[in-house]
Design a binder for this molecule. Structure first.
Ligand code: 6LW
Length: 505
């Protein structure tokens, strides 16, 4: 297998992987977005396509009022006796939920709540007798002890009823670094290996290993942990951790894991959020793992997307605490996307917003909007308090375009007036100036600059050029990543297409 990194670009944190009948499947976290938990597939570990989503129906997620940053956290995907399992925490909501399906494309079940799993990052495996074991990170998510960390814990579970049969029992919780989490249990040879993340999902992140002859412990730690980390290095991929292992048919071990690609003179700001990467793990003669540093090996060429609205939406669209299908009207104006505003703007918890992950460090998104019937536009968001947008309002005489840069507590706007009628809106991210003594030192430190552009006929105006550092994983609190989308605030607006180009330069 040749490893491309990022393996799955754009905000795709907390990956989990399984190999079934020659196809690898990866699932990642989606927080307050729907559909939840994308399922990506590959037969060669190089080309990945999204084949579906686990949470496609509101009742599976119950996300309508979920707090920003909570919601669908780290899933684990496994397969046994013809059944696909995804076990996940819906933080601040349903809790630990087990979804099943016969096919990875779905349909997936409504989800069984496992009340006895009080923590996050649940892993699922079966012991030699076929008893299901759920191993998780005992972070208390409700009640008076909320925020306390109980370390890595494990319960035996009846997967039909969801009842805990025994436990919780405390397992090994790492080498003492903060936030032991993302546990995964593997049977390999005579050992049960327990891999965890520790150090926190920021720059101190790492993967650590322990093993036992018994799935329930006691576990002895590897001689040196973490066996994988980018901390204190200048590697282009940082925050590496939260991994899951898969054995390839030719006997190699691959780890999928999260990472970020910070840009700027001190590698400070990661616009895309936490993405999915991969690296090879080798097993030493003493049975302990070594991991190759995660190398940046991006796919060649630019990404060009010209997504029209003359066919049903693909699974790559995201909406906020509601499904894309609940807002996307492809009938009223055939060939165009019609969105009907309900008065909620982008600061609302349920805006009429249809978006896609930003996939590349340097990116441009554009659409042509007809706002003669309402108010809407194009935006790139982290969350409801951290969003850059272009809004168009057309009164039949002129189209007023408003650029808005919004970060928690601060809003700045710029306006331009263009002729009435369809207007092209563009958000374009440009790289920071290269490191150099003649470069503007402050500008050199950022991830990018975002240009807000509107055009009508041959009349084009750049309304603003705003530093993008405020729209990155290190500044926004929402664990996700940039999502670029089309939105409506009031009335009816139509969009001709979603056009996206991206590159890694
Ligand atoms: C995930 C956990 C974490 O469940 O963040 O910071 C949560 N660590 O591993 C959401 O990504």
């Amino acid at each position: 297998v040749s490893l491309r990194n990022p393996l799955i670009p754009g905000f795709n944190p907390d990956p989990s992987v399984v190999l079934v009948d020659g196809t690898y499947y990866v699932v990642t976290s989606t927080f307050e977005y729907l559909p939840g938990i994308p399922v990506y597939a590959s037969t060669d570990f190089e080309e990945w396509t999204q084949v579906g989503n686990v949470i496609t129906r509101p009742e599976q997620g119950e996300l309508e009022t979920i707090t920003t940053g909570l919601g669908v956290w780290a899933p684990t995907i496994r397969h046994r006796d013809g059944v696909f399992y995804v076990i996940v925490t819906i933080a601040g909501g349903r809790g630990c939920v087990l979804f099943t399906a016969e096919r990875p494309q779905g349909p997936w079940s409504d989800g069984l709540v496992l009340d006895g799993v009080e923590g996050i990052d649940p892993d699922l495996t079966w012991d030699e007798d076929g008893t299901a074991l759920v191993t998780y990170s005992g972070l208390v998510m409700k009640g008076e002890d909320i925020g306390k960390h109980g370390g890595i814990r494990q319960v035996d579970v009846d997967l039909e009823s969801g009842d805990v049969l025994s436990g919780p029992r405390d397992l090994w919780s790492g080498s003492g670094f903060k936030f032991p989490e993302a546990p995964h249990l593997y049977r390999r040879g005579e050992w049960w290996y327990l891999m965890i993340a520790e150090g926190g999902t920021e720059r101190g992140h790492g993967a650590s290993m322990a093993r036992s002859s018994n799935a329930r412990g006691p576990f002895e730690p590897a001689p040196s942990n973490p066996f994988l980390s980018a901390r204190s290095t200048s590697r282009p991929i940082q925050n590496t951790g939260h991994g899951d292992l898969v054995e390839t048919p030719d006997g190699r071990t691959i780890m999928v894991l999260l990472g970020v690609r910070p840009r700027g003179g001190t590698q400070a700001f990661s616009a895309l959020g936490r993405e999915t990467f991969a690296t090879e793990v080798r097993w030493r003669d003493d049975g302990w793992p070594e991991a190759d540093p995660v190398q940046l090996t991006p796919r060649e060429g630019a990404v060009e997307q010209d997504i029209r609205f003359d066919a049903p939406l693909d699974g790559g669209w995201l909406a906020i605490r509601r499904t894309p299908e609940s807002i996307a009207d492809l009938e009223s104006s055939p060939g165009s996307l019609t969105l009907t505003g309900d008065g909620a703007d982008l600061t609302a918890m349920n805006p009429v917003f249809l978006g896609r992950r930003q996939l590349n460090q340097t990116a441009a998104a554009r659409t042509t909007i007809d706002a003669r019937g309402g108010v809407g536009g194009l935006a790139v968001r982290y969350d409801e308090r951290t969003v850059y947008s272009l809004t168009a309002a057309d009164d039949g005489v002129a189209t007023t375009v408003t650029a808005e840069a919004r970060v928690p507590g601060i809003v700045q706007t710029w306006t331009a007036s263009l002729p009435s009628g369809p207007v092209e809106l563009r958000l374009e991210s440009e790289p920071p100036p290269a490191f150099g003594m003649d470069a503007d030192f402050v500008e050199m430190m950022t991830s990018d600059f975002v240009n807000f552009i509107a055009r009508s006929g041959d009349e084009e105006t750049v309304l603003a050029r705003v530093d993008g550092r405020y729209l990155t994983a290190e500044t926004a609190a929402s664990f996700t990543g940039r999502v670029i989308g089309l939105f409506a605030v009031t009335g009816i607006v139509t969009f001709d297409a979603y056009r996206y180009t991206g590159s890694e330069d």
